[in-house]
Design a binder for this molecule. Structure first.
Ligand code: PLP
Length: 434
């Protein structure tokens, strides 16, 4: 390691300078760590004053989330995780009807809908992509049969980094059908069209750098009456100790609470959101993240890489970029990067980069050096890892050349038509934090 890198290392507990894996886990931000420590100190005593303070911290976190989402605090509840928030939404949406789920959604946004279909929830229709993007207003329009009551979608695709056009999707849905958004891969990274979301869920452990244990669940007033408190428990009613149950639900998103939040996690989430807002909010942070990502992807292209969904327009990509090096064994590339101090996620043949606002030029240099070394070493190709995708699409949906040249900057991705072994989504590692 050269001196420059050593100097750039900062505090021992900071993420390593080559950490490019915020889409997997965002190492805790200093403000979140301090908030956690303070809340744990309160929990160690747990006297009446300390408990009041812990409740106040979770209220403050809801208020901060409301500021971030331009919502009212009562429209926000704190739940344990993104998955839990999506299960809460699925339990709240009653049939008859159909919820549309893009087929390539992250599984956390598939199972809740499957589990509640047939238990009073709407039927599930998995929407097949018809081109390089998982969902588009046109594709949605074609699926908008009368029985459709909702669409659930990730704000940012965890693999490709594509930002869903939430406002345009909501416009197609209209006021009577719900737009439900899993925002964890975008919130804290880039500006999102969150006004369009009727229901939105996001954990804090990725781009917000708040750790696990608390997620925000937004249920806008405009749709609150269409949702029943399916998972609402004793913490979600006006009188938990009523002589008879069920007691009336609390107003707002709180009606869906099963129990109290994890208070230290809630405090960390609030501190992380405050920190984001203090830095100028998603717009300021997003500009920096996108610049860094663009530099990394340029270096990858320079080394001969194919970038998934290359050619996305400004604002269409969040903090995630994914590439592969034709002719190289992806596992070896991933390992070589890690050996060089560059931390990424590999999904099948693809390697995902996800820098954050604090990622310095050192990371780009480490990355470029590691790619250069790979090129010089001429890593052997793995079976099936050579050449272009089986199916490549230009933005207009026509087939692009099968050449691995990146100069055309056409959008490329593995689609339903790729062989299973080439489809990065069929090779999800079992680790749940991807
Ligand atoms: C888009 C998306 N949704 C949900 C999850 C899971 O979130 P949680 O562990 O908070 O349920 C992840 C990744 O872990 C993700 O990438």
């Amino acid at each position: 390691m050269n001196d420059q890198i050593r100097v750039g290392r900062g505090h021992d507990s900071d993420p390593a300078p080559g950490y490019l894996d915020y889409a997997r886990v965002g190492p805790l931000a200093p403000g979140a760590v301090a908030a956690l420590d303070d809340a744990v100190a309160l929990a160690r005593r747990s006297g009446p004053a300390e408990l009041d303070r812990l409740f106040a911290l979770s209220d403050a976190a809801r208020a901060s989330a409301a500021r971030l989402l331009d919502a009212r605090p009562h429209e926000i509840a704190l739940v344990p995780s993104t998955s839990n928030g999506l299960f809460t939404a699925a339990a709240a949406l009653r049939g008859p009807g159909t919820v549309l789920v893009p087929r390539d959604e992250f599984p956390a946004n598939v199972y809740p809908w499957i589990r509640f279909a047939g238990r009073g929830g709407p039927d599930v229709r998995l929407v097949e992509p018809d081109g390089p993007l998982r969902i588009s207003p046109d594709l949605l329009r074609r699926h908008l049969t009368p029985e459709v009551t909702a669409l659930t979608v990730s704000a940012v695709d965890s693999l490709t980094g594509h930002v869903a056009p939430l406002a345009a999707l909501k416009e197609v849905l209209g006021p009577d059908r719900l737009l439900i958004v899993d925002a964890i891969q975008g919130l804290g990274a880039v500006p999102l069209e969150t006004d369009a979301a009727d229901v939105l869920v996001s954990g804090g452990q990725k781009w917000l750098r708040a750790g696990w244990g608390a997620a925000l669940l937004l249920i806008r007033d405009r749709c609150a009456e269409r949702l029943v408190p399916g998972l609402g428990g004793w913490a979600g009613v006006t009188d938990p100790f009523a002589a008879r149950h069920p007691a009336p639900p609390l107003p707002g998103a709180a009606a869906h609470l099963a129990t109290n939040p994890d208070f230290p996690a809630a405090a960390a989430l609030g501190a992380a959101i405050d920190d984001l807002l203090d830095r100028g909010g998603p717009a300021a942070v997003g500009t920096r993240i996108r610049t860094t990502l663009a530099e990394l992807l340029d270096r990858a292209r320079g080394a001969g890489a194919e970038v998934l969904l290359d050619g996305l327009g400004e604002g269409e990509r969040a903090g995630i970029g994914t590439f592969r090096l034709p002719g190289h064994d992806p596992a070896a590339v991933h390992q070589a990067l890690e050996a060089a101090g560059v931390i990424t996620t590999r999904r099948g043949a693809w390697i995902r980069l996800s820098p954050h606002v604090g990622t310095s030029s050192t990371a780009t240099e480490l990355f470029a050096d590691a790619l250069d070394a790979l090129g010089a070493a001429g890593a052997p190709a793995a079976p099936g890892a050579v050449g272009g995708l089986d199916s490549r699409h230009a933005r207009d949906g026509t087939s692009a050349s099968a050449s691995t040249s990146v100069s055309t900057r056409s959008i490329t991705r593995a689609t339903a038509h790729t062989r299973p072994t080439d489809n990065p989504r069929s090779q999800e590692p079992t680790c749940p934090t991807t």
